[in-house]
Write a protein that binds this ligand. Sequence first.
Ligand SMILES: [Zn+2]
Length: 337
Amino acid sequence: MASDQQLEQLEAIAKVELHQHVDGSIPVEVTWSLMRQHGLAPVETMEEMKRLLVLQPEEEGAGLLKYLDKFHYPLWVTQFYENIAEVAYAIAREAYAQGVRLLEIRYAPIIHVYAGLTPRQAIVSLLEGLNRAEAELEGLTCGVIIIAMRHQGPHIAKIIARQAVAEGQGLHDRVGVIGFDIAGAERGNPPKLFREAYEIARRGGLGLTAHAGEDEGPEFVWQAVDDLGVRRIGHGCSAVQDKELLRRLARDQICIEACLTSNYHTGAVARGEEHPVFTFLQHGVPVSICTDNTTVSNTSQLRENRLLLERLTIDEIAGIHDRARAHSFIPAERRRV
Ligand SMILES: [Zn+2]
């Protein structure tokens, strides 16, 4: 059990969030309020809505696809410019309250165009909400990672990569796109298929990361590193099965975006099993502590950091956040702390 003093110390750490999804992190009351405003609420009360948005104990460990089911309802409201700006702002505020000062949030614009927005509008609306958050919250710096959905295939991914580059941070004084990622169903969609999309993103100056080794073996992590040239890996859990891969990640200082609660929820790590983050640390592989989806996984930066207290000291946890700053795709000149 963490002491009150430890919790205060954890709160005081200036945290770095490198892996948080918009769709899985919208505060329940914000989704509920938007659902009601638009006459879309599928249930009578916010409590019932919460059960639809937050993974329930009986749903834990049922696999990645079951986990991804939780992302449908937010999409009903995040098809409109103002709503997207509002949810981005709300997520940033919530992260800030947890001590996050460097916030990278990610989303897939292509699943926000069903009501007629263009992919560009779907990106710009998100940037607008984050700019509002930066203007209000002292010391916060934000950036956006654009995701291509794996199941939509490599061709769409190239189109999305070009859109991401067009809104790249280098072209903006304010919040811009800083990175590129692939996400969604990992099985059947190996990283190597997305090589050209990553090449477009790389040439456009974006930081590269990929979800890999969450629902597939170390081979997919190897591909993300060798074929896509990523500097970070989302989850990477299965990499601990491969000693040579661990050496490679350590040698090239490729950062694992570790999302502990989410990994138990999707079944990427079995309940009761030690989380791979400790193996990564032992092998000198850089890690960052991330929430993935604060709403779906009912978590927060503080909760994730608390999980580390079982094995690490406060100073060691603060050190992880310090080092994670070096792996952020947000350019140093934009950072405010
Ligand atoms: Zn993720």
